[in-house]
Write a protein that binds this ligand. Structure first.
Ligand SMILES: CC(C)(COP(=O)(O)OP(=O)(O)OC[C@H]1O[C@@H](n2cnc3c(N)ncnc32)[C@H](O)[C@@H]1OP(=O)(O)O)[C@@H](O)C(=O)NCCC(=O)NCCS
Length: 275
């Protein structure tokens, strides 16, 4: 991709986001514009970009956007049929157009990611269950944190695979703040953690995990409230998070804590639903 092409793709994504109310490309797709991790398909006329498809061969996923002025003209299908191998696609916000398009391309909804938001007002004072103490992260805690993360997310395709390199990469990012990573200990060691993130003035529940041995004791709620108090004390107006819709325990915890559903993203997989 030349820098002019990258600029056209970003402008196209902005036009679509303004029309649809949701960004058609996620952070990973945007970062891949500058790397060779993705394949890029562009369609346009006389220097005007009308459509863009980002294909990530390793994950077998694609993200697709057509200019709002050029939809229902077959451009989306044309780009989609250029894919050399079957891929799934993320539909951010799951708009009627993405639903119709996914059905027309013979795909089915296979995973749903809910985005929740909560104002950082009336944040409850954390009530720590007996035996639980909290402190902030130090570099010596990395191995223990990774072990709790792997155990808590054993069923999760991406988060459960976080390793020492992945952790170090994230902690090297400009947003990383050890004071925003709270560790919860009980008599048996590290029981859970809440990793908060702040980007562009918005707070996020980045990762919250409780070791399976310690689940069901109110640790998750205590960690959630403590992290929200930390973000509120920084003066941030809101906190958001993403959670897999299938994770009903976490969904219930966030809804009880006053989070409201802001958006649902759907992953469409190729083919018919398996029964
Ligand atoms: C979804 C999107 C890529 C479709 O692009 P497009 O070029 O308009 O799609 P096509 O013209 O090739 O349409 C192919 C078929 O998809 C279905 N479809 C497309 N838009 C639709 C809509 N608004 N409502 C219902 N069905 C729709 C139809 O079956 C259509 O065939 P038809 O026009 O003969 O009825 C486009 O609306 C877009 O960029 N949306 C924002 C980004 C996004 O949602 N990406 C995720 C894609 S799953």
């Amino acid at each position: 991709m030349t820098s002019a092409q990258v600029a056209r793709v970003l402008a196209l994504a902005d036009r679509a986001a303004a029309a649809d109310g949701v960004d058609p490309l996620n952070e990973e797709a945007r970062l891949s514009l500058y790397r060779s991790t993705a394949r890029h398909l562009l369609v346009g006329q006389r220097g005007h970009l009308h459509g863009y498809l980002n294909h990530h061969p390793t994950f077998a996923t694609a993200q697709l956007v057509i200019d709002p002025e050029h939809r229902r003209a077959g451009l989306g299908s044309r780009l989609w049929h250029q894919l050399p191998v079957p891929a799934g696609t993320w539909a951010f916000g799951d708009t009627p157009a993405s639903r119709g398009f996914a059905a027309a391309m013979g795909m089915h909804a296979s995973r749903r990611l809910k985005m929740y938001v909560r104002p950082l007002t009336e944040v409850p004072t954390p009530q720590l269950p007996d035996g639980l103490t909290l402190r902030t992260y130090t570099p010596a805690d990395a191995a223990e944190l990774l072990a709790v993360n792997a155990a808590a997310f054993a069923e999760h395709p991406e988060q459960g695979q976080l390793d020492a390199t992945g952790l170090a990469d994230r902690m090297a990012e400009g947003w990383f703040d050890p004071d925003g990573l709270l560790l919860g200990y009980d008599a048996d060691g590290l029981a859970g953690f809440h990793w908060t993130k702040t980007v562009d003035g918005v707070g996020e529940v980045y990762v919250i995990a409780v070791a399976p041995r310690a689940q069901g004791r109110g640790y998750g709620k205590a960690l959630l409230d403590a992290g929200m108090s930390h973000l509120a004390a920084k003066g941030l107006p809101t906190v958001s998070l993403f959670v897999d819709a299938a994770d009903q325990i976490a969904v219930k915890m966030y809804e009880r804590a006053g989070f409201g559903l802001a958006r649902e993203d759907v992953y469409y997989a190729p083919g018919d639903e398996e029964h």
